[in-house]
Design a protein around this ligand. Structure first.
Ligand SMILES: Cc1cc2nc3c(=O)[nH]c(=O)nc-3n(C[C@H](O)[C@H](O)[C@H](O)COP(=O)(O)OP(=O)(O)OC[C@H]3O[C@@H](n4cnc5c(N)ncnc54)[C@H](O)[C@@H]3O)c2cc1C
Length: 656
């Protein structure tokens, strides 16, 4: 059994006690210690800025031309925090409880409680940086609801929360760059981890402009490299998001946890054809006011506005009256799939459901008319007033929908369908965010830590910033306090030489295949296998087939991929080839993990294990653990971290 090194004591005191007794590094020693931070999205920027501010020497890496372009910038809906500004019953405990329940009792209690505790600090920190969160008329920060909760605890900046938070973290990072504590390496991709005497001591990075390999030393290495949803080819993730850094660490001994736990987001613009390489999210915030429905009659081809109210099935409100349209994402996604599979889907593909704002427009319109003291208003005026309110709240999302689909969502209900969005799995980390390799840490979406089998909306930004601003500054010190006598290791050390040689050989091998098929075509085929057999629904039979298919694809890739261009130049096809090669290996592990877990929980839905009404059926007796996989020569070995619930009593999740 794996030891997560959870501190002793009562749940609510663990973090406080840990902070009070953790080893410290004095300021003079901090200046001597070097830290490598790979990734400068929200988790990496916040970590690098905080560690730089504390006095450490930081080297930060990202593959984009600027940290400002990290995938985090895409986040739309908001960030959770237990501030209870709405006075609607929120508390640290309730955020903790909702997150554990939302994750279908497959997350670690101590981590989740810490996350809930620091959530409030994050908002204060970001406000101090100038993040323009939405405000009420009186000046208080505004909140809205996200799935899996009955309170309003989501802070937001219109539909651009990630962008605004990232600008805040980026400013903090750039301040350290200007002060000289952080050195920034943009357009650099980590392609190898360097381990010396069992400890992470550096990386090999490829300069993506020149193609040169570079050696970088660090007393510790932090991977903040995001999630791997792009293994599915089609996802809402940024096109560049990949698993390569985490995978290199996995190949060197870092365990990979719960790889099959993928989040499929219920409200995305449906796939429109075979030509697509990207899917677009319509933020969960839209479920605050939008109502989801399908026609009550199978195969109903009428235009949505021609279908009368009594012939519509608001299936989430019908099935889950307590949470309605705000059930968690896994539940909402499965319910949409169930309706479409049963023949009630809409649109040309019949793989879509409606997200309708007509009722919200009327509701807001009436409230606005009343606020403005308008007597005897026409229904046109009410509709116009309602549209204004909706525009203010969700305008950029509505514009985006119209640009992509050519339909006006103020007039016609949006068509939505679930799509891959987030990965709960990632590198296994203990309470200190340390992987199974000493000195190697994983933060943000790159680790598996806090969301169990299903992440609640608006909790990824919270976790990334909690890890970077508030957790790692303490836990890393606990490790580095023992490293103050370690001098910088020169990069001509044999371990660096060997790591660079491995990276170079792999790149040479890739480019010399000179086959006939594009990298993209392999990625697309991989995505289809994983989506069909390890996507929203899985079965033992399908997973076994998928494993065989992925293995065959891997062989084909390494004998027939064609990469144009050379090594010592800017070559995005070569960059992509390395990433797809890693995705293929990860794809096999995901299927293996899904096959091993003979239960359904959260986003992992095994068709063989469901309740009579189609809900996920857990098997707590046999599967209440984190599956952490160690890579062996030709296969993987499973290690388990058992999950002990001291406070919450796991039960069949109900949102009814
Ligand atoms: C469309 C969309 C909307 C979302 N909306 C929300 C929301 O409203 N609320 C919420 O809580 N969550 C939301 N999420 C999820 C959330 O945005 C992400 O989980 C989170 O931003 C991940 O942050 P991160 O810092 O861990 O990783 P990322 O932002 O993905 O950053 C990864 C970093 O790692 C670098 N990197 C990766 N590999 C390498 C390598 N090998 N070498 C060097 N650098 C590397 C990249 O350059 C980048 O800097 C949304 C996600 C999507 C797709």
């Amino acid at each position: 059994m794996l030891d997560a090194k959870i501190p002793q004591g009562s749940l609510s005191e663990k973090w406080t006690k840990y902070k009070g007794s953790v080893k410290l590094v004095n300021p003079a020693n901090k200046r001597k210690l070097e830290i490598i931070v790979v990734g400068t999205g929200l988790a990496g920027s916040s970590a690098a800025a905080s560690l730089g501010e504390m006095g450490y020497k930081v080297k930060a890496f990202c593959f984009q031309d600027s940290p400002r372009r990290a995938h985090s910038i895409a986040a739309q809906g908001g960030i959770n925090a237990a501030k209870n500004y709405q006075n609607d019953g929120d508390s640290t405990y309730r955020l903790f409880y909702d997150t554990i329940k939302g994750g279908d009792y497959r997350a670690r209690e101590a981590n989740v409680h810490r996350l809930a505790e620091v959530s409030t600090n994050i908002i204060d920190q970001c406000v101090a940086q100038g993040v323009p969160f939405a405000r009420e008329y009186g000046g208080l920060l505004s909140n809205r609801s996200f799935g899996g909760t009955q309170v309003q605890r989501t802070f937001y900046a219109a539909g651009q929360t990630g962008q605004q938070l990232l600008i805040g973290a980026y400013q903090a990072l750039e301040r350290q760059v200007a002060l000289g504590t952080v050195q920034m390496f943009a357009r650099h991709e980590m392609v190898e981890l360097v381990i010396i005497d069992g400890k992470a001591r550096g990386i090999i990075a490829r300069n993506l402009v020149t193609g040169e390999l570079e050696r970088h030393f660090g007393h510790a290495v932090l991977l903040c490299t995001g999630g791997y949803g792009n293994v599915f080819y089609l996802s809402t993730n940024a096109m560049g998001s990949n698993v390569t850094a985490a995978w290199k660490a996995h190949r060197k001994g870092a365990y990979f946890a719960n790889p099959c736990f993928t989040q499929i987001h219920p409200t995305c613009i449906p796939v429109s054809g075979d030509h697509q390489s990207k899917l677009t999210l319509m933020s969960e915030s839209l479920r605050n006011d939008g109502r989801i429905w399908v026609p009550a009659k199978q195969g109903d081809n009428r235009a949505p506005n021609d279908i009368p109210e009594e012939e519509r099935d608001y299936y989430l409100e019908r099935r889950y009256p307590a949470f309605g349209n705000l059930v968690p994402r896994d539940v909402a996604s499965r319910a949409a799939k169930e309706r479409c599979d049963a023949g009630y889907g809409v649109g040309t593909s019949k793989q879509a459901v409606y997200l309708d704002y007509a009722a919200a427009i009327q509701r807001y319109g009436k409230a606005e008319a009343s606020k403005r003291n308008l007597g005897n208003v026409s229904s046109e005026t009410i509709t116009a007033l309602g549209k204004e309110v909706v525009k203010e709240k969700y305008g950029n999302l509505f514009d985006m929908y119209e640009k992509i689909t050519g339909e006006n969502p103020y007039e016609v209900p949006m068509r939505i369908y679930p799509a891959v969005h987030y990965t709960m799995g990632g590198l296994w980390v203990d309470y200190e965010l340390k992987t199974t390799i000493d000195g190697l840490y994983a933060l943000g979406e790159a680790n598996f830590s806090d969301h169990g089998a299903n992440r609640l909306g608006a909790s990824a930004l919270m976790q990334g910033l909690a890890d970077g601003y508030f957790v790692i500054p303490y836990t890393l010190g606990n490790y580095l306090a023992e490293e103050i006598r370690t001098n910088n290791i020169p990069t001509d050390h044999p371990a660096f030489v060997e790591a660079e040689k491995n990276a170079s050989e792999r790149i040479n091998k890739l480019i010399s295949i000179k086959g006939k098929q594009t990298v993209e075509s392999f990625h697309k085929r991989l995505g289809k296998i994983i989506w069909d057999k390890c996507g929203m629904a899985r079965s033992a039979e399908g997973l076994k087939q998928a494993i065989e298919e992925v293995r065959a694809l891997k062989k084909e890739f390494w004998s027939d991929v064609r990469i144009p261009g050379g090594i010592h130049e800017m070559n995005p096809e070569l960059d992509k080839a390395g990433r797809v090669a890693d995705f293929i290996e990860l794809g096999e592990l995901m299927c293996l993990d899904a096959l091993e877990r003979n239960e359904s929980c959260g986003g992992h839905f095994r068709e063989e294990y469901q309740t009579p009404d189609g809900e996920a059926l857990r098997d707590d007796e046999n599967y209440m653990y984190v599956a952490a996989w160690e890579m062996k020569e030709d296969n993987w070995q499973l290690h388990k971290e058992s999950l002990n619930y001291e406070i919450v009593k796991p039960s069949q999740r109900s949102y009814k």
